[in-house]
Design a protein. Structure first.
Length: 446
């Protein structure tokens, strides 16, 4: 970094090793650095000494670096402030810029920090001088000194900077890497949005709203295109970097894109696991409690019927006592698989209700149609041929099924359907088990 005269910098940081690194790096560029380990020491120093620039770390032990910038920026003797960010938290960078910092530079990765820091320092001082000379700050950003965006350029988070005239001021390398494009030279804001997002108008509208809104912030989840990978999902945080009511200038808006694709997939997987019975792989009771009200509401809306069945493995406790719990678990898994295979329509549903009890939901079928499906299910389990010499119903594992239909119940209450199906199941078990009984209470098969 070349300079006609030495630049003086006050560096505020409680980490002495990092302070030594900063002094060494800037010293090689002809910058004179004075270190202050605390905010109190820095404020005391500023009473007697003027500096071209204040560098302040975001981890100062005795107070807020943001608050320091806000207080110190009122002094005419200190024209420029830059935040050294040790955390990837983007809210710190946004808050620092709002407080009056001209730039934010990240310490990660270290090599990039060492390379960028002297440029950021010279850039900040130059911009401060331009501002004192009456130059428009934003013109300085776009036309006079394109090094303004060095900190954002080096960020590992995809970042773009725009103004309210839809001028694309900066797109960093992380953004280009994320969408798989080596260069965006000559691209307009509309071009970039079309290349990046699956719904460009949504982002453009959000940028305009953020620029004009009182709080100057917005967050939205959007689909992102990629030239090299499948579609991704980003959580985009938009923040206005200055207040036009105070500065009189057109505001700048920064957009940071955080890739949450893997997070959303993980959340979906965890959500599915929370609705899945670990032993059988069927939906669990929690899933049933979500699904049944939806199916009842859909059937009433579409004026179609709906069948609900309660299913119980016959004499399962004696089976466990006779063959052991390991074999009991295997039996539950095989029975569950056979029941699921018997449900051939996409909307048919079976869940483990608890223990050896299951529930099936059959949308769009009347009592006769339900009987055919459930009888097929009963036969499928019996054909498994799982030995059960402790059963009084058959020499193999069997199931009893009781079912009801929406048409047979006056109430739309899902619980009433479960109760009615359970009563039919009780009748099936009382009548000898290994059978299907419907709303009439008459055995459909044995």
């Amino acid at each position: 970094m070349e300079s006609d005269q030495s630049i003086s910098v006050l560096y505020v940081d409680g980490d002495s090793a990092r302070a030594d690194t900063v002094a060494s790096v800037l010293g090689e560029s002809g910058v004179t650095t004075t270190a202050a380990r605390t905010i109190a020491a820095a404020e005391a120093d500023l009473q007697d000494t003027s500096y071209d620039l204040i560098l302040i770390c975001d981890t100062v032990p005795d107070g807020s670096g943001i608050g320091f910038i806000q207080r110190a920026s009122k002094s005419e003797r200190t024209p420029a402030y830059v935040m050294i960010a040790t955390s990837p938290d983007l809210s710190i960078a946004v808050a620092a810029m709002r407080a009056g910092a001209l730039d934010v530079v990240s310490t990660v990765p270290h090599d990039e920090f060492v390379r960028t820091l002297p440029v950021v320092v010279a850039n900040a001082v130059n911009r401060a001088n331009l501002r004192r000379q009456g130059h428009d700050l934003h013109t300085g950003i776009v036309q006079t000194d394109r090094r303004f965006s060095r900190a954002l350029q080096s960020s590992p988070v995809p970042t773009m900077l725009v103004d309210t005239h839809d001028t694309l001021l900066m797109v960093n390398q992380a953004w280009r890497d994320a969408i798989g494009l080596s260069s965006l030279i000559g691209q307009s804001l509309d071009d970039l949005l079309a290349l990046t997002f699956t719904n460009p108008p949504e982002i453009k509208t959000s940028l305009a709203i953020t620029a004009d809104s009182p709080n100057g912030e917005a967050t939205l989840v959007v689909g992102v295109r990629s030239q090299t990978e499948q579609e991704k999902t980003w959580r985009c945080h938009l923040a206005r970097l200055d207040d036009p009511t105070e500065s009189g200038d057109d505001p700048l808006v920064v957009c940071h894109g955080l890739d949450i694709t893997d997070t959303m997939l993980l959340e979906a997987r965890l959500r599915n696991l929370s609705l899945e019975d670990a032993l059988t792989g069927l939906p669990n009771r929690r899933s049933l409690e979500d699904r049944l009200p939806q199916e009842v509401a859909r059937a009433r809306r579409d004026k179609t019927d709906l069948a609900v069945a309660m299913i119980d493995i016959d004499f399962f406790k004696p089976y466990n006592d006779r063959y052991g719990h390991v074999e009991g678990d295997r039996c539950l898994r095989e029975v569950a698989q056979a029941m699921r295979a018997a449900l051939r329509r996409p909307g048919d549903y079976a869940a483990r209700y608890g223990g050896e009890e299951f529930v099936s939901i059959l949308p769009g079928v009347d009592a006769e149609g339900a009987r055919e499906v459930l009888e097929s299910m009963r036969r499928a389990v019996e054909r498994l041929g799982i030995e059960h010499d402790a059963s009084d119903a058959a020499p193999v594992v069997t199931i009893s099924i009781g079912y009801t239909t929406l048409a047979a119940n006056a109430s739309d209450d899902p619980t009433a359907l479960i109760v009615a199906a359970d009563e039919a199941l009780f009748a099936a078990k009382s009548d000898g088990r290994n059978r299907v009984i419907g709303p009439s209470g008459v055995p459909e098969s044995t």
